[in-house]
Design a protein around this ligand. Structure first.
Ligand SMILES: NC(=O)c1ccc[n+]([C@@H]2O[C@H](COP(=O)([O-])OP(=O)(O)OC[C@H]3O[C@@H](n4cnc5c(N)ncnc54)[C@H](OP(=O)(O)O)[C@@H]3O)[C@@H](O)[C@H]2O)c1
Length: 255
């Protein structure tokens, strides 16, 4: 119970990796809040998490919604010890695409969801964070390794890795540590947002084939790493990136 009674907020905690992180933090004794826009999955996820967790609806690209999330969290639980900036990925109804098919609007939507929202989630949380808090930004192996259609998404996540450095410096006087946790290919509902359901298994297999660990990650893989970054066990880890990607970024399977 390394996080006993610590207060955590996990954005996008109603699905996939975010839910896996919420479960892992809860298993270490944390209480707190998951956020998302979908009330149905927020409700089912908070029921699954059980006592100690509530859901707050909000869009991370809307600064008023972010403000509300942290205000309500503080009223209910007091100041926050762990902030997990996880919401992101696919913009609803806007497939990832290569430069020939991307419009200026698409570019802004992807940057808003995957970069701007991360910065302003941290900024809006600041008045409600305890000194010494741990902030975990969810990056991606896509920041390091290009994949079809992922150019803007990868660039946004590369910038997120940079944010962890700059924000750690900005927040040094409050001893707030900001680190990026970058997943490789993780088995979550996101694949159903990228390709039609009947193609999901084939796409997952493509990722498994290039992942040295020989499998996709599962949300609990990322959850356990997040629990480490949230705890004092990682007290000396500041402004850096941890990859949890089964070797995808740094190992080549070329024969
Ligand atoms: N799965 C992977 O292979 C993988 C790999 C590397 C990095 N990641 C990163 O991991 C994070 C989670 O991805 P996932 O795979 O778990 O995807 P997911 O299952 O699609 O979950 C995405 C989460 O983000 C929330 N979200 C999306 N847009 C939002 C918005 N505008 N405002 C508030 N919440 C929003 C969603 O909730 P609502 O729809 O209810 O808003 C949902 O909870 C993302 O940052 C993604 O880029 C994933």
């Amino acid at each position: 119970m390394k996080l006993k009674n610590k207060v955590a907020v996990i954005t996008g905690g109603n699905s996939g990796i975010g839910f896996g992180i919420a479960e892992a933090l809860k298993n270490e004794g944390a209480v707190g809040v998951i956020t998302g826009r979908n009330q149905t999955t927020l409700d089912s996820s908070t029921i699954q998490l059980g006592v100690g967790f509530i859901g707050i609806k909000g869009d991370v690209t809307n600064l008023d919604d972010l403000e509300n999330v942290f205000k309500v969290t503080a009223l209910k639980f007091g100041k926050i010890d762990t902030l997990v900036v996880n919401a992101g990925g696919i913009v609803d109804g806007v497939p990832m695409a290569d430069i020939n098919d991307v419009t200026e609007e698409n570019y802004d939507q992807y940057m808003d969801l995957n970069l701007k929202s991360a910065y302003f989630t941290v900024k809006k949380a600041l008045p409600y964070l305890n000194d010494g808090a741990s902030v975990i930004l969810i990056g991606s192996s896509a920041a390091h390794r290009a994949a079809p259609g992922m150019t803007i998404y990868g660039a946004a996540k590369a910038a997120v890795i940079s944010l962890a450095k700059g924000l750690s410096l900005d927040l040094l006087s409050r001893k707030i540590r900001v680190n990026t946790l970058s997943p490789g290919s993780i088995d979550t509902p996101v694949f159903g947002k990228i390709v039609p359901q009947e193609q999901v298994d084939a796409v997952k297999k493509l990722w498994i084939d290039i992942t040295p660990a020989g499998r996709q990650g599962v949300p609990s893989d990322i959850g356990k790493a997040a629990a480490f970054l949230a705890s004092d066990d990682s007290a000396f880890i500041i402004g850096t990136e941890i990859l949890s990607d089964g070797g995808l970024t740094n190992l080549s399977l070329m024969k």
